[in-house]
Design a protein around this ligand. Structure first.
Ligand code: SF4
Length: 251
């Protein structure tokens, strides 16, 4: 599903309440340094990235006008979420954009939570890291505990080492949400015992304040993928639940 606006919504969801979305990527294309086989935005090669990326000034104008409109009409806003067509931290103005968003949030809806969904590939950069430390919910992805499985599931477009991501995640000192997709196909299964053990070891190492696991929901670019049920996923992560981790499961 492609987002055509820089600021969209508000959409009502059970999980986030009344939520505004921000898409920092080209409004008519996908831009990501992963090419996940389950990506709702389709394959990178089919995305059109013919437009320039929004700047912090563009975001200020669009978000301020949306927040003015919502506050004048008495529309509640519980959350502001960066979740566009690709990886938001690839926007070169990302750090300034976060500052502008937090400033506007404080002015119009001080109780709204700011969340960023990211594939965690760029958290080793100081500017990205410190921006993500400022938001309420940095939601950071690790789908595979080893590089060979990540190559199949996430298809990174540059060098990617799970070990580096884990080391960088440890710098959050547990103050982040880890997001993991559970799925299988003819050639891999993220619930196989060795994959699951490796992933659980990573969870123990980075100790996120919350783990969000989910499975396929909408149409995916790869066609041979199989989803899990909520009950299956609950069973898979049982050891972590018993160890006291807070785990949210979405089917
Ligand atoms: S990281 Fe997100 S936007 Fe990028 S390819 Fe994967 S699912 Fe799509």
């Amino acid at each position: 599903m492609m987002r055509e606006e820089l600021v969209f919504g508000p959409i009502h969801s059970r999980r986030l309440g009344s939520s505004l979305g921000i898409n920092l990527l080209p409004t008519k294309g996908k831009l990501c340094n992963f090419d996940c086989i389950y990506c709702e935005c389709g394959w990178n090669k089919d995305g059109r990235t013919d437009e320039k990326l929004p700047t912090a000034d563009d975001l200020r104008a669009a978000l301020e006008s949306m927040l003015v409109k919502c506050s004048e009409s008495g529309t509640p806003i519980d959350s502001i979420t960066f979740s566009g067509d690709g990886e938001p931290t690839l926007n070169p103005d990302f750090a300034r954009i976060i500052d502008v968003t937090l400033e506007l949030r404080d002015r119009f809806y001080p109780n709204a939570k700011v969340s960023v969904l990211s594939n965690a590939t760029r958290i080793g950069r100081e500017d990205v890291f410190s921006a993500l430390r400022k938001v309420d919910n940095p939601i950071l992805k690790i789908d595979a505990p080893a590089d060979d499985l990540a190559a199949l599931v996430n298809q990174p477009q540059g060098s990617y080492h799970v070990e580096d991501v884990v080391r960088n995640l440890q710098r959050f000192e547990g103050d982040f949400v880890l997001q993991t997709m559970f799925l299988k196909s003819g050639s891999f299964d993220t619930s196989s015992p060795d994959v699951l053990e490796g992933w659980m070891d990573i969870v123990r190492k980075v100790h996120p304040r919350e783990v969000m696991i989910y499975t396929l929901d909408r149409e995916t670019p790869a066609k041979d993928l199989v989803k899990f049920s909520v009950d299956e996923m609950r069973e898979l992560v049982k050891p972590l639940i018993e160890e006291g981790f807070s785990i949210q499961i979405r089917g």
